[in-house]
Design a protein around this ligand. Structure first.
Ligand SMILES: *Cc1c(COP(=O)(O)O)cnc(C)c1O
Length: 391
């Protein structure tokens, strides 16, 4: 774990003295930044003086949030986007070109997978989807033109964990390949992929980083060189974060490590309780000895987050009755916020798939994903317990 993380959450990346001696970094709600005279233009274009010019090329509130995130992740640079997906797509399209090949692991975020499978080939970029836990298959999939390896850890909904030591060892044989890790579920509190061998880390800041279920945002972190390429492409593609949103992210980050400490603890408590409950067939959480990647998680992570997946002992009707009897937990997608959220992948995320297709992906009728929130854990457990009585 990074030292003094909480102090960095509060002060990191922000100027000590801010405009008008405001204690908070203000929202600079401006699309454009004016030049006073031709001398200012000259100094700006000659790079003698750093300043802002136009909202798509950067904003002071955004910059403060980027600096804070870079410090928290231990990255040289960070760039924010309007959403996690925008961050992912801008990164892939910056690094990859016609004729390149990339590898993505099979239980990546649905829309990321869909982009790689259905859209990249339109631009002449080939991709192979591999089983996340099969390191021999990962290495076999690498071709001379493989430029990028993309994975997530932990994954959704089974919380599979990437073994970064093994990945780093494979990567050392293929210097042309960069490793991109979507670390949304881990956060810089629980894992530091850049120190474990990744070249680029991406987060949907919508989740734990902002932490209040109130904004969409995405961030890409890495070396100054890689991030500069991505920034240059963003200047063309757009997808920038709004200054007000950047402020809400900065505000959310002030309590990031306090929230994570509590969420890690709450996630573990709820997972233990679920695992021992007679109406639960199976519970997935990396802190549990029953999780297939428990050992590697213990070695390479500082905590396991607040997402817990479980299978009820019942069919689809029992699953619906369980949902209908929840009074505290909200039913909805997303994770990492203050409010406990539960999703039923079979009826929400995979509603367009047939039952056979879903079962092939391992999405059973009775599977749930819970994002434990910041309420008193005993109240969350009581709500789950009461709803289970109805099945
Ligand atoms: C939510 C999520 C995304 C997409 O982020 P948005 O902010 O919703 O665009 C990408 N990857 C993971 C792992 C996510 O959970």
């Amino acid at each position: 774990m990074k030292k003094n993380l909480q102090t960095d959450c509060i002060h990191g990346g922000e100027d000590r003295f801010k405009p008008h001696d405001s204690i908070t970094t203000p929202i600079i709600q401006s699309s454009t930044f004016v030049f006073r005279n031709s001398e200012e233009i000259r100094r700006f274009t000659q790079k003698e003086h750093f300043r802002y010019e136009y909202g798509r090329y950067g904003n002071p509130t955004q910059k403060a949030a980027e600096r804070k995130l870079a410090i928290l992740e231990g990255a040289e640079e960070a760039v924010l986007f309007a959403s996690g997906m925008s961050a992912i797509i801008n990164t892939l399209l910056t690094v990859l070109k016609n004729g390149d090949h990339m590898i993505i692991t099979d239980d990546a975020y649905g829309k990321t997978l869909s982009f790689c499978k259905n859209w990249l080939p339109k631009w002449g970029i080939d991709r192979t989807v591999v089983n996340m836990s099969d390191y021999d298959a990962i290495e076999k999939a690498i071709q001379p033109n493989t430029r990028l390896f993309f994975s997530e850890s932990p994954t959704n909904p089974y919380l599979n964990i990437m073994n970064f030591s093994r990945l780093r060892e494979i990567k050392s044989r293929y210097p042309q390949m960069i490793v991109v890790s979507d670390s949304t579920f881990a956060t810089p509190f629980n894992q530091r992929p850049l120190e474990l061998g990744a070249d680029i880390v991406i987060h949907s800041a919508t989740k734990y980083l902002a932490g209040h279920n109130d904004i969409l945002a995405g961030v890409v972190l890495g070396s100054a060189e890689l991030i500069q390429d991505i920034v240059n492409f963003q200047k063309i593609m757009g997808g920038v974060i709004d200054p007000h949103c950047a402020y809400l992210l900065l505000r959310g980050l002030k309590t990031f490590s306090v929230r994570m400490e509590k969420l890690n603890k709450a996630g573990e408590e709820v997972a233990q309780w679920l695992e021992n409950h007679p109406k639960i067939r199976r519970c997935y959480y990396p802190a549990l000895a029953s999780h297939p990647h428990h050992e590697v998680a213990k070695r390479e992570m500082n905590g396991y987050g607040s997402v817990v997946s479980f299978e009820l002992d019942g069919d689809i009707d029992a699953s619906n009755r369980f949902l209908d009897n929840l009074k505290l937990c909200y039913i909805g997608p997303s994770l990492g916020g203050c409010e406990t959220l539960i999703t039923h992948p079979a009826t929400v995320t995979y509603y367009t798939c047939t039952r056979e297709e879903r079962y092939q992906l391992g999405i059973l009728d009775n599977l749930f994903r819970l994002s434990v929130g910041l309420e008193d854990t005993e109240d969350i457990i009581e709500d789950l317990d009461n709803a289970m009585k109805a099945i």
